[in-house]
Design a protein around this ligand. Structure first.
Ligand SMILES: Cc1cc2nc3c(=O)[nH]c(=O)nc-3n(C[C@H](O)[C@H](O)[C@H](O)COP(=O)(O)O)c2cc1C
Length: 227
């Protein structure tokens, strides 16, 4: 049965959020095609992932030193209540990610990169060995599809003056690729110039923004229906 993990990470929770509009369109389309059964949602802003602490690091370092184990065996390796707490915060996030065929991420550009809310999820879920079978070395995310809904106030496409300042999409592509997601399974839907309607000096870019959003909507619908 197809399964979808939907994450939103933009601070703006009003109806004006483009990333949230687009992830909602994806989720609605996906559920109308596949049914609601295996849909999971986390708003990383209202339900933030706590930052890591020393106990997360000490538990992770023990695994790195002694050999990685499957997530199911990490419980037995905790050595303090603090480590147990850290693992209890971490394990369900890993389980949700591993259970998902598709991971849908609403990812606004904040200061040329991703939001702190999304980075907190990435840091915690990337526990040592979480995405590799320690016995076979097989990647556990090799069949996973990642769909990033990338919104940005400006434009960062090929040939634009700010292209080199895009530390959002290239970062997410590198991150998921290094975790074992196949390159062909990482999709970016970009809605650009989202600030054009608001900022007077960007007014000339309103048609560009409207076209970008319309293209994003049809890409979202096609990706949601595809799998
Ligand atoms: C804290 C913050 C930082 C931002 N930094 C950038 C930036 O570096 N580059 C950019 O093009 N837009 C930037 N923006 C604009 C957002 O990327 C844009 O408004 C986007 O549409 C936000 O996603 P949302 O519509 O889902 O809220 C920033 C917005 C905020 C709130």
């Amino acid at each position: 049965m197809p399964s979808l993990l939907h994450l939103d990470s933009g601070a703006n929770r009003s109806g004006a959020s483009i990333s949230r509009q687009l992830t909602a369109l994806f989720a609605d389309t996906w559920r109308s095609v596949h049914g609601p059964a295996d849909y999971r949602y986390r708003d990383l802003v209202t339900d933030p992932v706590p930052p890591l602490d020393t106990a997360y690091c000490s538990l992770g370092r023990r695994l790195e030193r002694n050999g990685l184990v499957p997530a199911a065996e990490v419980d037995a390796l905790t050595e303090s209540p603090a480590e147990e707490r850290e693992w209890a915060l971490t394990r369900p996030l890993i389980a949700d990610l591993l259970a998902a065929d598709t991971v849908l991420i609403g990812a606004p550009m904040y200061n040329y990169s991703i939001s702190a809310a999304l980075k907190a999820w990435i840091d915690r879920v990337s526990f040592p060995g979480a995405f590799t079978d320690p016995d076979t070395g097989t990647g556990l995310l090799d069949g996973t599809r990642v769909v990033v809904i990338s919104t940005r106030g400006g434009a960062y496409g090929p040939g634009t003056p700010l292209e080199a300042c895009d530390f959002q999409n290239p970062y997410l592509r590198a991150y998921f690729g290094r975790q074992g997601v196949a390159a062909e399974n990482i999709h970016f839907v970009n809605a650009e110039m989202t600030m054009a309607g608001l900022v007077p000096h960007l007014a000339d870019f309103r048609p560009f923004a409207a076209n970008s959003l319309a293209a994003a909507r049809s890409e979202v619908t096609a990706l949601a229906a595809a799998r």
